[in-house]
Design a protein. Structure first.
Lengths: 317, 255
């Protein structure tokens, strides 16, 4: 029910999967001053999976992403990407990853196309190849019509898409997305979800963080719930919901009365309920079984509601 | 040709130059300000000051205006550098197989080119207003070298300032230093006209030394003591600013 429940961190690597996980994180710890920002974070992500780190603001998501992408060193523990240590082999790791930070890091004075060309040329593409790659990405991210406009005139959603495109110039196998849709309106969010789904179908491994349960539910093959710097549960969305076990039945009687009852997934309780109603001579018109939502799961696992409702405002930065 | 890769530093330099050409602030600073300031000094103060400086005021003031404009233009580097570290561009670079520090090189090179262009504009306006340098080709070479070194050193100090700044506003403050330093020198009038407590500062600060050295070269009476002292100042400041910039970049990139 709460944090003290058995550590719900089953081995995430399916033994039948590829021998080497795309990402293996073990015992990562980090503190800033007195604050323990990450405590013993351990998980693994097989190749080709979409993995979501779900947690409220301040849970430590960005710090974890920064450690995994070579930007910050952990105080303890290890992380390996496709077998390469993020500290010792960071030069190699940087060739395997793309990172899209929580805030767009694009050049406002340059056009969308120029931004992508700069990244391409930094990655040692020739001029023609850099231009070709830029145009492909602009097309893929639905920015072709804005290609020659300065990014300063882009909307927040367009900037985030360009930022993501810029991180994909090199087609790396591992993609990190830190809160890719925070602050986006519904339409941009849906567009970004499409992009992520497409990348996943292309076989990339994607690690994303989010505050939104719905986002994790829609996109991720597996979810780890991060709260207060620790992983309090992990598994598929269905597994997380089942663990909470608060399945409820809803009965509507002939006279319009609605009865809701928690079954905890036990059919016996439904039978008892129906028997009692029958003996009282009341007739049931409809019966529906409701599974817990990921919201319920989150509340149960962390003891508080996580997700702030999506807003349409871009965070100030 | 089009399949050739460009060295990282040059990609960054090209990016910085494109940004400069797009940014109204830096264009005005680089092109309009030199013309306006040169015309202002010569036409407004010129007549009154010819006697004070004992000769043509245009000849006297031109080196100072060059340094004023170049320094002011170089100060913009503080803001560009600060923006790149604070807005996540450097973060992105550090997750890529790229030499991230090249971004500073790009800004520095762009600043040097931009401000040498400003200096040429000052020079053209000055000649139109009656500036008549008598330097030999060798002395011209010295002038170009000294100006380039001055712009480079000032840009490096601006870069360090930008990296040390906690906000865009404080990064922008460097423009004030760039503006006031020439005023507190002998760039626009001899030090005797300054109040006593500023005179000592004005006589020994690098802007005064570089201005004097430039005047000497332009009028074909180079003074080796002034030249040597200017160079010592520039080399000292340049090395210090480079080391500081490197350290601050590492720190900023890691935070
Ligand atoms: N550089 C830092 N210095 C000090 N504290 C930090 C730093 N980065 C993050 N923190 C703290 O660590 C905690 C987790 O932050 P973060 O990883 O950004 O969480 P999230 O991305 O999940 O919102 C927060 O309390 C934050 O204040
Ligand atoms: Mg975050």
């Amino acid at each position: 029910m709460t944090r003290s429940s058995p550590q719900l961190t089953p081995p995430l690597i399916d033994p039948s999967a590829a021998a080497q996980p795309a990402l293996a994180v073990s015992g990562i710890r980090k503190r800033y001053g007195d604050r323990e920002v990450l405590r013993d974070v351990t998980f693994a992500v097989p190749e080709g999976e979409v993995f979501a780190l779900l947690g409220p603001n301040g849970a430590g998501k960005t710090t974890l992403i920064r450690i995994l992408t070579t930007l910050v060193r952990a105080d303890g523990g290890t992380a390996r990407l496709l077998g390469h240590d993020v500290v010792r082999d960071r030069a190699r790791v940087r060739e395997l990853i793309s990172v899209t930070g929580q805030y767009a890091s694009v050049d406002e004075e340059l056009t969308g196309r120029e931004n992508l060309v700069v990244v391409g040329r930094l990655l040692r593409l020739g001029k023609t190849a850099a231009l070709r790659r830029a145009d492909e990405l602009l097309e893929e991210f639905d920015l072709t019509t804005a290609a020659h406009r300065r990014v300063g005139h882009y909307s927040g959603g367009m900037r985030r898409r360009l930022d993501l495109a810029a991180s994909l110039v090199a087609s790396p196998p591992l993609i990190f997305l830190d809160e890719p849709t925070t602050g986006m309106d519904t339409r941009s969010r849906a567009a970004l979800w499409n992009v992520v789904t497409r990348l996943a179908r292309g076989g990339r491994t994607i690690i994303l963080t989010t505050q939104y349960l719905e986002e994790a539910d829609v996109l991720a093959d597996r979810i780890a719930v991060l709260d207060g710097g620790a992983i309090v549960a992990s598994g598929t969305a269905a597994e997380l919901k089942r663990r909470v076990g608060r399945e409820t039945v809803e009965l509507v009687l002939d006279d319009g009365t609605v009865i809701r009852s928690v079954t905890d997934g036990n059919p016996e309780r439904v039978r008892l309920l129906l028997n009692r109603l029958h003996s009282e001579g009341r007739h049931v018109r409809t019966l529906t079984v409701q599974n817990p939502t990921l919201d319920d799961a989150f509340l149960a696992l962390t003891g508080h509601t996580s997700a702030t409702a999506p807003t349409d405002k871009e965070p100030a930065r | 040709m089009s399949t050739a890769t460009l060295p990282t530093e040059l990609v960054f330099a090209k990016r910085s130059i494109t940004r400069s050409l797009r940014d109204l602030d830096s264009l005005v600073t680089a092109v309009v300000a030199p013309v306006a300031i040169m015309v202002l000094f010569v036409t407004v103060f010129g007549a009154a000051l010819d006697s004070t400086v004992g000769g043509s005021y245009t000849d006297y003031v031109t080196p100072g205006v060059m340094l004023l404009c170049a320094g002011f233009g170089a100060a913009l580097t503080a803001t560009s550098v600060h923006t790149d570290v604070s807005k996540g561009f450097v973060q992105r670079l550090r997750t890529m197989p790229v030499r991230a520090s090249g971004v500073i090189f790009g800004h520095v090179l762009a600043s040097v080119l931009r401000n040498l262009a400003s200096i040429v504009i000052v020079l053209l306006v000055a000649v139109a207003l009656g500036f008549r340098p008598t330097a030999t080709p060798l002395e011209w070479l010295g002038i170009v070298g000294l100006l380039t070194a001055y712009v480079l050193v000032f840009t490096l100090i601006a870069a360090a300032w930008g990296l040390a700044s906690k906000s865009v506003e404080s990064a922008g403050m460097f423009s004030f230093i760039a503006l006031f330093l020439p005023y507190l020198s002998t760039a626009f009038m001899p030090a005797d006209n300054l109040p006593g407590f500023l005179r000592g500062f004005a006589e020994h600060q690098p802007v005064t030394l570089v201005t004097d050295a430039l005047r000497g070269l332009a009028t074909s009476v180079p003074d080796s003591t002034t030249l040597t002292r200017s160079l010592l100042w520039l080399v000292g400041l340049g090395v210090g600013a480079t080391l500081l910039t490197a350290r601050l970049f590492d720190r900023a990139a890691r935070s």
